[in-house]
Design a protein around this ligand. Structure first.
Ligand SMILES: [Cu+2]
Length: 522
C-alpha cells in the first residue's frame, strides 16, 4: 500500500477511536428523556443517545454485540431485538433480529449477536420488534474496507462523515392513533419542529477547505423519504447500500427509509456556512426556521447560520448507477429468464397492507424455530399464506405491482433480508437492464405505473423477511417471508443455546411485562 492510500486509514483509526464502538461491544438498551428537536420525551435508545452510537469494524471482522435490555418504561415496548440491516447473516440466520428469526429479548435479559461480515461494507442497525425503532432504537453501522477501491478518491472517512437522516415522533409509537406523521426531521440526531424552540441546535458538519470527504448517508427513517442536498456542492456517489458503484455525479439524492449512499464531496467552495437539506415527503416540508436542515461549516467560517439557497437540479437516478464489480443480473436477459418468477401484488384493505391478498400477521413461533422443528413446506409454515419457499442455487425474480397502493403512503421501499439484489427494472422506467443494474438491498416500489423488478440468486439458507421499510406499513402487515432452502436451514444455521432460551422467557411474560400499554407486542 502506498503512503498516500495509507493516510486515510490512519486518520480513520485515530478519529474512529473516540466515539465508535465495536466490533465486539456491549450495547445497553435504555429509556432516556432527550430533546432532539427541542421536544422532551422518553425514548428507547441504544446507550442513551440518538441516533445510537456508531458501531464499526472492518471487512472480515467477527462482530459480537451483546445487547443488554434495561428497558423499564412500560408505556413503550419493554422487549427488544436488533436487526443489522444489510448484513447477510450467512450461517447466522438466528442473529437477523426479526421476529421470524428469534423471539425478542425480555427486559432484564441480554443476548449476544455473534456474526461475521466477510465481504460487505455499509449498514445500520435498528430494533425489529413492531414499530419500536420509531421510538429511537436506531443507529449507523459501518464496516470499513481497508482495501476500498475508492480509497484514493477521499481524504476523510470517519465518525464525522456519517450522516443519519431520520424522522421523530413526539408520541410513543404504541400510542399513535391513526396515520403516524413525523413531527420533525433529524440530521445526525438534531433538528427543529414547526412552532418548536427556534434555537434548537442543528447538526454541524465540519469540513476543511481542500479536503475530500467520503460521506456515508444513512436513512434511519421510519417513514418519510428525503431529498438530500448541500447548497453549492455537487458530489460523486460511489456506494449504494454497501455496494461500490461506478462514480455518478449528482447534487441531490432521494433516499428512502433504510437506504444508504456514500458520496465524495470535495470541500472546494469559499470558506463559509452552507445549508444541508433533507426535505421529507410527509409532515412539515420546506426549510422555514431551519426545519429539515443542518449546517456544513468550513473550518474558519463564522459560527452562524448559512444564508445560502439551493440550486440543486441534478437528482441522482437509480438507472445511472452501475456496480463497480459488475456480474450482471442473474438469469438470462429476458423477462422469463429465471428459475422462479414471483410476482407480488401489493394491496390495501381496511387498514391492512396485503401482499398477494394476504396481510402478514407475525407468527407466535419464529419461522426459523418452525423450520428447525421440522416444518419445511410453505403449506406447513406460519403465518399461512405469507411464507414462500425458494430452492437453493436458483435465480429468483420478484416484481412489485404497486398500482393500487402507490398512493397510499407510498412510494413503498421494499427491503430483503439476507441478500443484495439487482434492480433490473427500477421505479420511473419501463426499461429492463440485465447487463449492469444497480445492486442494493432496499428499493422503492415506485408509482402506480411502475413494476419494479429485482433478481438475486439463492445462496443463503434461512427464512428471510421481505417487507416495506415504512415501519407503520410493516406493522400493518406489509411483508412476506422467503424461506430459502428450508430443508437445508438447520445444517447451515447452528443456533446457540441462548437463542433457544429466548422463546421460553418471552412466552412467559405477562402483558404488563411486555409493556406498550396494550399496544402491539409482537
Ligand atoms: Cu410501505
Amino acid at each position: 500500500m502506498s503512503l498516500i492510500t495509507a493516510l486515510p486509514l490512519i486518520a480513520q483509526l485515530i478519529v474512529g477511536a473516540f466515539a465508535a464502538i465495536g466490533p465486539v461491544t456491549d450495547l445497553h438498551i435504555v429509556n432516556q428523556f432527550i430533546q432532539p428537536d427541542g421536544f422532551n420525551r422518553s425514548f428507547i435508545l441504544a446507550e442513551g443517545v440518538f441516533p445510537g452510537p456508531l458501531i464499526s469494524g472492518n471487512k472480515g471482522d467477527n462482530f459480537q454485540i451483546n445487547v443488554i435490555n434495561e428497558l423499564t418504561n412500560d408505556t413503550m415496548l419493554l422487549s427488544t431485538s436488533i436487526h443489522w440491516h444489510g448484513i447477510f447473516q450467512e450461517g447466522t440466520n438466528w442473529a437477523d433480529g426479526a421476529f421470524i428469526n428469534q423471539c425478542p429479548i425480555a427486559a432484564g435479559n441480554s443476548f449476544l449477536y455473534n456474526f461475521n461480515v466477510p465481504d460487505q461494507a455499509g449498514f445500520w442497525y435498528h430494533s425489529h420488534l413492531a414499530t419500536q425503532y420509531c421510538d429511537g432504537l436506531r443507529g449507523a453501522l459501518v464496516v470499513y474496507d481497508p482495501e476500498d477501491p475508492y480509497l484514493s478518491l477521499y481524504d476523510v472517512d470517519d465518525d464525522s462523515t456519517v450522516i443519519t437522516l431520520s424522522d421523530v415522533y413526539h408520541v410513543p409509537a404504541t400510542q399513535i392513533v391513526g396515520v403516524a406523521t413525523s413531527d420533525a426531521t433529524l440530521i445526525n440526531g438534531l433538528g427543529r419542529y414547526v412552532n418548536g424552540p427556534a434555537d434548537a441546535p442543528l447538526a454541524v458538519i465540519s469540513v476543511t477547505q481542500g479536503k475530500r470527504y467520503r460521506f456515508r448517508l444513512v436513512s434511519i427513517s421510519c417513514d418519510p423519504n428525503f431529498v438530500f442536498s448541500i447548497d453549492a456542492h455537487t458530489f460523486s456517489v460511489i456506494e449504494v447500500d454497501g455496494v461500490s458503484h461506478e462514480p455518478v455525479v449528482a447534487d441531490s439524492i432521494q433516499i428512502f427509509a433504510s437506504q444508504r449512499y456514500s458520496f465524495v464531496l470535495n470541500a472546494n467552495q469559499t470558506v463559509s456556512n452552507y445549508w444541508i437539506r433533507a426535505n421529507p415527503n410527509g409532515g412539515s416540508t420546506g426549510f422555514t426556521g431551519g426545519i429539515n436542515s443542518a449546517i456544513l461549516r468550513y473550518v474558519g467560517a463564522p459560527v452562524a447560520d448559512p444564508v445560502t439557497t439551493s440550486t440543486a437540479d441534478n437528482l441522482l437516478l437509480e438507472t445511472s448507477l452501475h456496480p463497480l464489480v459488475n456480474p450482471g443480473a442473474p438469469g438470462s436477459s429476458t423477462l422469463s429468464g429465471v428459475d422462479v418468477d414471483l410476482r407480488l401484488t401489493l394491496g390495501f384493505n381496511a387498514g391492512a397492507f396485503l401482499i398477494n391478498g394476504v396481510q402478514f400477521i407475525p407468527p407466535t413461533v419464529p419461522v426459523l424455530l418452525q423450520i428447525l422443528s421440522g416444518a419445511t413446506t410453505a403449506a406447513s409454515l406460519l403465518p399461512a399464506g405469507s411464507v414462500y419457499t425458494l430452492p437453493l442455487n436458483s435465480t429468483i425474480q420478484l416484481s412489485f405491482d404497486a398500482s393500487t397502493v402507490a398512493a397510499i403512503g407510498g412510494p413503498h421501499p421494499f427491503h430483503l433480508h439476507g441478500h443484495n439484489f439487482d434492480v433490473v427494472r427500477p421505479a420511473g422506467t419501463t426499461q429492463y437492464n440485465y447487463a449492469n443494474p444497480i445492486r442494493r438491498d432496499t428499493v422503492s416500489s415506485g408509482a402506480a405505473t411502475d413494476n419494479v423488478t429485482i433478481r438475486f440468486t439463492t445462496n443463503n439458507a434461512g427464512p428471510w423477511f421481505l417487507h416495506c421499510h415504512i415501519d407503520w406499513h410493516l406493522e400493518a402487515g406489509f411483508a412476506v417471508v422467503l424461506a430459502e432452502d428450508a430443508p437445508g436451514v438447520a445444517a447451515a444455521n447452528p443456533t446457540p443455546d441462548a437463542w433457544s432460551n429466548l422463546c421460553p422467557i418471552y412466552d412467559s411474560l405477562t402483558p404488563a411485562q411486555l409493556g406498550g400499554g396494550g399496544g402491539p407486542t409482537f
